[in-house]
Design a protein around this ligand. Structure first.
Ligand code: VGL
Ligand code: ZN
Length: 284
């Protein structure tokens, strides 16, 4: 093989390997009326996340390839509600049993228990198609944002915006992120110790680079929030503050630009060599 053909083949290979820029999605978890201090599952200072998230959008919106809003969306008689368990009060826990198909076992009939899931019992909250389940009125939301509903199966809870708590079913979120070639997710919203925590863990397990913006979240309780932060740290999830985002966005996007530049370089080399090759073949 001539040197020329060898270089040509090499450039074909380089140019055919796509090197994509790091694409970033902002995830806004459950910023709904139900979790605000006036809601039916109030998170202390839950409303304080709103200006922080709006500020993040104001500063970096053009750097997000996608903005996702998750929405806790429960049946009126959802299994996570204390009102559905006689003798139980909100914040008690129960063990829910499921068979191998992820169906909730009825304690009054025979069932092959495959999964035992500890369920915190909540006040009735975020009931679908009610105003409490609507997004907080003052959160910046655009028509192009993607909405992912979660917790809509009546017999199983879903903290994560990706999977229900048993991992039996999934939402459209992972597919949507993959369609948009997202590699990094920045997680904000409510509540730090439940839906933010479980969403960040699943995102990490699915292979995304994950940042949780701590001051853009609030937790249900201090002890569970501290535990969640420790656990996320151990898993390699980056816990950051919103004032660190400028540097982080800069690094993520400049690395992306370098990679894209490199890719572009190989395309140009490839093009020049192809034109050259066509010329030399034409003059044979
Ligand atoms: C949540 C408890 C119950 C949350 C949802 O959004 O963190 N917490 N349902
Ligand atoms: Zn819920």
């Amino acid at each position: 093989m001539s040197d020329f053909l060898r270089i040509f083949a090499l450039c074909q290979i380089f140019a055919s390997v796509p090197v994509f820029a790091d694409k970033i999605a902002l995830l806004v978890i459950d910023v709904q009326n139900c979790f605000l201090p006036t809601g039916n599952l109030p998170v202390a200072d839950g409303d304080h996340v709103i200006p922080v998230i709006n500020d993040i959008r104001r500063k970096y919106d053009n750097l997000f390839s996608l903005v996702v809003f998750s929405q806790d969306w429960h049946c009126v008689d959802h299994v996570s509600f204390a009102s559905q368990h006689s003798g139980k009060a909100p914040y008690n826990t129960v063990i829910l049993q499921y068979n191998n198909e992820g169906m909730l076992c009825d304690p009054t009939s025979q069932c092959d228990v495959e999964y035992n899931i500890t369920q915190v019992l909540w006040p009735d909250h975020c009931i679908k198609n009610t105003t409490t389940a609507e997004f907080a009125s003052n959160i910046t939301k655009k028509n192009s944002d993607f909405i992912v509903k979660k917790g809509y199966h009546c017999k199983i809870d879903s903290y994560s915006a990706f999977f229900d708590n048993g991992g039996f079913s999934h939402t459209q979120l992972d597919r949507k992120l993959k369609e948009n070639k997202i590699s990094t997710v920045i997680v904000t919203g409510l509540a730090l110790d439940y839906c933010v925590f479980y969403t960040a863990k699943d995102a990490k397990k699915l292979g995304y680079n994950v940042y949780v913006v701590e001051d853009a979240t609030r937790g249900v309780a201090n002890s569970t929030s501290n535990g969640a932060v420790k656990d996320m740290n151990n898993r390699g999830i980056h816990i950051i503050q919103s004032d660190q985002l400028e540097d982080i966005m800069d690094k993520l996007t400049s690395l992306g630009n370098i990679l894209q530049g490199l890719n572009c370089f190989w395309y140009i080399v490839n093009f020049v060599i192809t034109v050259d090759l066509v010329h030399s073949l034409a003059s044979l």
